[in-house]
Design a protein around this ligand. Structure first.
Ligand code: XIL
Length: 330
């Protein structure tokens, strides 16, 4: 059975991919994508270092390939991401003299970037991660916000500007704030407070994205439940934007093959997790895996290089127990 059909009454079912996975539009990778997913996210191709590596020099080779493939096959696309502290070229933050850019210069660059990238895909990308990973808890993190170069130059206002420019660039796009570990109460509450401040000011933020890079043992199902429930009264849409489930609980473990007991554990946990997602499907628009199969997962190089089996299809694109637990939970 097709995953997207199984969850059709609840939410879109998606995967992040790289453009090489759609190079051959009839190859095995493309077949798997067409069969199971109705939302795709370019994994790297829409990040600032890919789309505007030098000031005013734009490159859409990779993102065009994915968006065209999606269009031809009636698949929706999520845009990831406009404003982030990572995978962003250094020139963005500095002036000609090599000093930290002024707020005005930063906003000028931000506006052109957002207008150009969103403008190109107007009507083709339904939702955008406007800002990514701005939450950070710690002694030196003001207001629960990451002390990034964006923040150092412009303060919290950079987030407001990003959403305003994005809304102007494509008024129909659903605008997301996206982050990881939003199940941790401090981080979840900092996100909640931020979104509330933004909404109270009339800033067009429409959704909260939960990355959900989790593992077989972490976090608890209850925390995952609370993570979504927390945002109910803010009236925002939500998506699970980058789901994967590492089989490891620390960085020093490494398996040659996927132990059978862990295959079963992973399958049962995916099933429980999707029961929670289904319970919240009135708020949840999509559940997107960060990769379509265990060969194409960033977790084979991050945080260390090792085998990992975090997704629903194995490295030969064969359906795993986790897949069967979701489509046929008997
Ligand atoms: C990852 C990509 O999958 C890798 O290919 C790249 O080297 C680093 O970034 N959170 C995010 C994603 O928001 O953009 C990251 O993607 C994974 C963590």
């Amino acid at each position: 059975p097709s995953l997207k059909d199984v969850f059709a009454d609840h939410f879109k079912l998606g995967a992040a991919i790289l453009s090489n996975e759609v190079e051959d539009p009839n190859g095995p990778d493309a077949q798997l994508l067409k069969k199971h997913y109705n939302s795709l996210t370019p994994g790297n191709e829409l990040k600032w270092d890919a789309t505007e590596p030098q000031e005013g020099v734009f490159n859409f080779t990779g993102s065009d390939k994915i968006v065209e493939f999606a269009e031809e096959n009636g698949i929706a696309v999520r845009g990831h991401t406009l404003i982030w502290h990572s995978q962003t070229p250094n020139w963005v933050f500095y002036d000609d003299e090599g000093n930290l850019a002024s707020k005005e210069l930063l906003y000028e660059r931000m506006k052109r970037h957002i207008e150009t990238v969103m403008g190109r895909y107007k009507g083709k990308i339904y939702a955008w991660d406007v800002v990514n990973e701005v939450i950070e808890i710690g002694d030196r993190q003001p207001n629960g916000l990451r002390n990034s170069l964006w923040y150092q130059i412009a303060g919290e206002e950079f987030i407001e500007k990003a959403f305003e420019y994005a809304h102007a660039a494509d008024p129909d796009a659903i605008l997301y704030i996206n982050d990881y570990n939003t199940h941790i109460p401090d981080r979840r509450d900092a996100m909640y407070d931020l979104v509330k401040r933004l909404k109270d000011k009339g800033i067009p933020v429409h959704g909260v994205g939960h990355q959900n890079h989790i593992s077989i043992t972490y976090p608890s199902l209850n925390e995952m439940d609370m993570m979504i429930e927390k945002f109910r009264d803010l009236g925002v849409r939500q998506e699970i934007t980058e789901l994967d489930m590492s089989i490891y609980s620390n960085d020093s473990q490494s398996y040659e093959t996927f132990p059978y007991e862990l295959q079963v554990e992973q399958a049962l946990r995916y099933k429980d997790l999707f029961d929670i997602f289904k319970k919240h499907s009135d708020q949840l628009d999509a559940v997107i895996f960060w990769g379509k199969d265990d060969l194409n997962t960033w977790l084979r190089t991050f945080p260390v290089t090792r085998n990992n089996w975090p997704l629903l299809f194995d490295e030969r694109m064969q359906a795993k127990l986790a897949y069967w637990a979701l489509v046929d939970p008997t």
